[in-house]
Design a protein around this ligand. Sequence first.
Ligand code: FE
Ligand code: CA
Length: 534
Amino acid sequence: MFPTGIADLHLDRRAFLKGALSAGLIIPGLPLARAEPGRVRFKTYPFTLGIASGDPASDGFVIWTRLAPEPLRGHGGMPPDPVEVSWEIASDAEMKGIVRTGTAIARIETAHSVHVEVDGLEPGRPYFYRFRAGDVDSPIGRAKAFAAAGSDVSELKFASAGCQSWEDGFYTVWRHIAEEQFDFVFHYGDYIYEYARRSPDKSDRPIARTMPADFLLCVNLVDYRRRYGLYKSDPDLQAAHASCAFLSSFDDHEIANNWAGESDPRNTPPEAFLFRRAAAFQAWYEHMPVRRAVLPRGPDMLAYRDFRFGKLANLAVLDTRQFRSRQPCGDRIKPSCDEARDPARTMMGQIQENWLAGSLHSAEATWQILAQQVLFAPMDWRSFPWAKTTETAGNMDGWDGYVAGRDRVLAMLGEARAANCVVLTGDAHIGLALEIKEKSQQPDSRCVGVEFLATSISSGGDGSALLQNDAALHADNPHLKFAGNERGYNRHILNSKQWQADFRVVERISTAGEPVITRKSLVVEAGNPGLVDA
Ligand code: FE
Ligand code: CA
């Protein structure tokens, strides 16, 4: 399942007991006091960041929590000691039929987070889980193990979503995702934004929710941890995590706007930037329900990985940030330059490209899903108000800035005979549906797949049904089949015959509790690439 293994954290019970017996659990003024050796009592509720599950296999999934009585304080309000956390898995939502139990150790080095890889479960059915620390129970979560390899899967229903700037609006969209009881959610990234707090009197756009006054630009580990602490304190986001497993990924804002490999747009020397990348990766790992194989080593993290859903679908989560060349042509939306087509430049890096080719070759599923971050299909943005050009203009941070890398992926898809390719994307804070052509520079060439770009959960604030210059955008891009400017998520429902994608949106996020509607539904027929209205 994973490209390589990385060693375990060695969170074992013996080490915990040694720590507990050293009497470190009595600390005046902190919300944790000693009850008896190996047991703790919380004065303040420790599960303030909820629970989560993720990265399912056919026999289980990861369950996650973090003990953080005061998530905005240093150490989350926890003392330095290791704390035992027990967990249980049940076959029913009332937690009556317990099927698996165990204990894990929460340690200060990883922000008292817990990642348990639960196995021994049956494929394709929902389970329920909860944690206990001291005498406090966590909320109950629901998660499904995926179907067994080679088995028939009648239907898969999942969401893709991301871009959730705290200040820009309420997480109403997450509440609606929770209500759908999906098989899983693909989170493409921008789970946090690293920017300093916007001040209400200086901000150029409305602030729906202010961040604490001392929230500066995230640079070190404590900055990033506190940012996750704030974002994950949201009850709507917690409800979404409790409703199903997440396949977690990251884009730029988990680290720094438009970073690329070992560099950022401020020309920070790599040796300095890599300290920041290491801190950001550690905080991301601590807050995501991912497996130990993803555990960062310093500034490096192996987060590309694939998932198989019986004979129905194969999903490859890509990392389009860590191994990429710098954005060409000075970044931003602009007419392409020679640098964008330089075959030596890369979006995924050679090793990930080889891994993807192997993954595609061994996939026998009906649908081949590339779950990633930035726009894959070519797109002419010249009609956008901020494009500042009348010539054909691409986004140099997306695959239009990495033309040779995109052509190599298209060639891989052809070689592997991946008949039904679906690319999932985020980043743009608008919803798009596009057809992908065999020759990326020839719009009349054969359609080889489709792309669904999910709009933001909140980033950008309240939107509008139509984009400014909508008609011109469509005229410039005949392969564009839908564009929308509201906040929301994409719902995907697939079987062996067809894939339906629904653009689910809310009209406002500046006020909480707005209803969700389907703005557009499109269908792809298996064996016949292309988009038609549902
Ligand atoms: Fe974003
Ligand atoms: Ca960006």
